[in-house]
Design a protein around this ligand. Structure first.
Ligand code: 5GP
Ligand code: ZN
Length: 135
């Protein structure tokens, strides 16, 4: 598979490895939002959370918890974002599913909270029904 994260899993490209299980691998992001920014990826090639099997996702979440705790302790930050982009429009640039672990401090340049929109009357219920219809 000609995918940069598959190449990392196979050891064809080096990474700053943090943690590994049968199903997942965690390593430092090469272009960190803040130092300590890490990723957790499935070892198999799945593009988004929707494609990733539930048992693998469970391992990803468990690894995310473990590495989030370690990154928080190691960097001394008070906040961490866990973020998973699905699809180009969401900002996904590497099309192999990955959870971001982003250490955060007050006044850094990563923009959260986002600009919140509003629902007009009835729109929220209409959206709820639409989503329910797709569950
Ligand atoms: P996305 O925008 O797809 O959610 O995030 C992809 C992330 O992968 C980016 O934060 C980027 O810095 C990181 N990345 C891309 N290529 C490499 C690589 O070869 N090694 C590592 N460690 N991180 C990478
Ligand atoms: Zn891949």
């Amino acid at each position: 598979m000609d995918c940069i994260f598959c190449k990392i899993v196979r050891g064809e490209i080096p990474c700053a490895k943090l943690y590994e299980t049968k199903n997942v691998l965690s390593f430092l992001d090469i272009g960190p939002i803040n130092q300590g920014h890490a990723l957790v990826i499935p070892k198999g090639h799945y593009v988004t959370i929707i494609d990733t099997p539930d048992d693998v996702l469970k391992d990803m979440i468990a690894a995310t918890k473990k590495v989030t705790k370690a990154v928080k302790l190691a960097t001394g930050v008070e906040g961490v974002n866990n973020l998973l982009n699905n699809g180009k429009a969401s900002g996904q640039a590497v099309f192999h599913a990955h959870m971001h672990i982003i250490p955060r401090f007050e006044g850094d340049d990563f923009k959260i909270p986002w600009p919140a929109k509003k629902y007009n009357a009835g729109e929220m219920e209409e959206m709820r029904r639409k989503v329910l219809g797709c569950l």
